[in-house]
Design a protein around this ligand. Structure first.
Ligand SMILES: [Zn+2]
Length: 243
C-alpha cells in the first residue's frame, strides 16, 4: 500500500502510496464507490478517523487551502493545504511531484502538502505553501519529495522547455532518447532550497520515477492507472506530544 512511510519527528508521519493502495482519485473515471472504499482502507492503515483525510480538488494552480478553517469546503479547490492542528492531508499525483512539508510551530507541528506539476511549480505553489506555514510561525521546515516522473522520461515540446527554463533553470533536462524534457524534481529541489527548506528524497523499492516503476501511477505511461497520494498525519493523538 505504501511506497514509503516513516515517522519524521514530533509524532508526525509522512507517506507516499503505491498502486497497492489502488487509484485514490475520484476524477479519473474510476468507479466512485470503489475509490471511496480505497480511501477508507487507507485511513484505517494510517490509523486516522474515517472521513478525516482531506483531499483537494487540484487544478494546477497555486491556492493553498487552510485545512483548519471550520468553514472550509469538504474538498477545497486548491493545489496545496496546510494545518496547524494535525488534520490529515493528502495530495494526488501521477507524474507530478507530491511534496509534503513539516515544521515546528508555536503550539506543535505544522504540516502541508503541495502538488508540484509543471504549471504549479513555475507559478509558485511551493513558495505559497511555505509562506503559509511561515505565517503560522513555522520554522525548521523540511520537505519530502515523493515519486514523480524523472527528467529522463518527461518529454515536452522544445518551446515548453524554453519557457519553463526561463522561470526555473534547474528544470532543464533531456530524455534518455535525446529530446527536450523537464526535471520537475530538480526544479522543486531548487525552489525549496532557495526558500531555506531542507529537502528529503526518500528511496524505496524500485525507481522513484513513476513512468519507469510500474508499482506507481503514471499518466504518461498509463493514463488509466489513476493517482497515488502523498500523505501527512499525526501518529499520536493530540496532547501526547513530547515536551
Ligand atoms: Zn524516468
Amino acid at each position: 500500500m505504501f511506497w514509503w512511510q516513516d515517522e519524521v519527528g514530533q509524532g508526525v508521519r509522512v507517506a507516499f502510496t503505491d498502486r497497492g493502495a489502488g487509484n485514490l482519485a475520484l476524477h479519473t473515471g474510476d468507479d466512485a464507490d470503489a475509490v471511496r472504499a480505497r480511501r477508507a482502507a487507507l485511513e484505517r492503515s494510517m490509523g486516522v478517523p474515517g472521513g478525516s483525510l482531506v483531499f483537494l480538488e487540484q487544478v494546477h494552480g497555486t491556492d493553498v487551502a487552510d485545512a483548519d478553517r471550520g468553514d472550509r469546503p469538504a474538498v477545497p479547490t486548491a493545489d496545496a493545504a496546510v494545518t496547524a492542528t494535525g488534520v490529515p492531508l493528502a495530495v494526488m499525483v501521477a507524474d507530478c511531484v507530491p511534496v509534503v512539508l513539516v515544521g515546528k510551530g508555536p503550539r506543535g507541528p505544522l504540516a502541508g502538502v503541495a502538488h508540484a506539476g509543471r504549471r504549479g511549480l513555475l507559478d509558485g505553489v511551493l513558495e505559497r505553501t511555505v509562506e503559509q506555514l511561515v505565517a503560522r510561525g513555522g520554522r525548521g521546515l523540511s520537505a519530502w519529495l515523493g515519486p514523480s516522473i524523472c527528467g529522463h522520461c518527461y518529454e515536452v515540446p522544445a518551446d515548453m522547455r524554453e519557457e519553463s527554463v526561463q522561470r526555473i533553470p534547474a528544470v532543464a533536462a533531456t530524455t534518455s532518447w535525446g529530446t527536450p524534457a523537464l526535471d520537475l524534481r530538480a526544479g522543486a529541489r531548487e525552489r525549496l532550497a532557495a526558500l531555506g527548506v531542507g529537502v528529503v528524497e526518500p528511496s524505496a523499492a524500485g525507481s522513484s520515477c513513476t513512468r519507469e516503476n510500474e508499482q506507481l501511477s503514471s499518466h504518461r505511461r498509463d493514463p488509466g492507472s489513476g493517482r497515488i497520494v502523498g500523505l501527512v498525519w499525526r501518529a499520536r493523538p493530540r496532547g501526547e506530544d513530547a515536551p
